[in-house]
Design a binder for this molecule. Structure first.
Ligand SMILES: Nc1nc2c(c(=O)[nH]1)N(C=O)[C@@H](CNc1ccc(C(=O)N[C@@H](CCC(=O)O)C(=O)O)cc1)CN2
Ligand SMILES: Nc1ncnc2c1ncn2[C@@H]1O[C@H](COP(=O)(O)OP(=O)(O)OP(=O)(O)O)[C@@H](O)[C@H]1O
Length: 197
């Protein structure tokens, strides 16, 4: 389903529609999309350090994508959820054997040393989970503000790429002053779309 330009929906309404649509995606399609995303991610120019995430629930992406990044020789950092709503902490991904359930919803996190909130500054590319991203680069997340706070710590030239399903790259989302714009979206069919478009 493609989302039409919709100025009436607030962030909460968008989140509920997007989550509902994700739940309706058949498992086979989910697998095909995850495989396509790993393929397009493999063609990205990769810097020395990349921040990524381990998807949970219906989120697009896969551990296979994270493994692919690491297999190219990149240093891959994954988020560690802090005890209070704050910027994310980070730890290096050293393989699936060192992933353990984190403090929210059992989202998998690396068990190795915590590198601190400023570790994100060493990344040339941050791949972010998102419910949707719009043509201006406005990203809609889960609403806890972890990534908003985190992005305040990235280096100025860092590529910020949200991983979304094709229909989740939408024309316009509600934006707030604290929303830091994405420089791209990674989608299964269109690959890397540079933003704004
Ligand atoms: N894969 C992945 N990792 C991530 C994020 C993410 O969105 N996806 N985050 C992005 O910030 C951070 C974790 N943020 C999270 C925010 C909310 C919930 C959660 O369970 N939310 C409930 C509703 C609220 C609640 O019960 O507290 C939900 O979604 O049902 C989980 C993780 C860091 N790691
Ligand atoms: N830089 C910041 N410093 C402090 N609070 C912030 C900052 N950015 C966002 N917040 C707060 O975080 C909350 C959630 O913000 P928002 O709805 O934009 O989350 P999101 O980007 O969709 O989700 P997430 O970042 O968890 O993926 C808001 O209440 C907002 O006031």
């Amino acid at each position: 389903m493609a989302y039409r330009c919709n100025d009436q929906w607030d962030k909460v309404t968008w989140r509920s529609h997007l989550a509902g649509a994700r739940s309706a995606v058949p498992a086979q399609q989910r697998i095909a999309e995850a495989r396509a995303l790993a393929g397009v991610a493999a063609s990205l120019p990769l810097p020395e350090t990349v921040c990524c995430y381990v998807p949970f629930g219906t989120e697009p992406g896969s551990v296979a994508l994270v493994d692919m990044l690491r297999n190219t020789g990149a240093r891959v950092l994954l988020p560690v959820i802090p005890p209070r709503p704050d910027a994310l902490d980070w730890a290096e991904y050293t393989g699936t054997a060192a992933l353990v359930p984190g403090r929210l919803r059992g989202v998998l996190e690396p068990s190795g040393p915590r590198l601190g909130v400023s570790a994100v500054r060493s990344a040339g590319l941050v791949l972010l989970p998102a419910l949707a991203v719009d043509h201006l680069g406005v990203r809609l997340g889960r609403g806890a503000g972890y990534y908003d706070r985190t992005l305040a710590h990235v280096a100025p030239d860092t590529a910020l790429v949200a991983i979304v399903r094709d229909d989740e790259l939408v024309e316009r989302l509600p934006a707030e002053p604290h929303d830091i714009r994405m420089t791209g979206a990674l989608t299964p069919s269109r690959g890397l779309v540079r933003l704004p478009v």
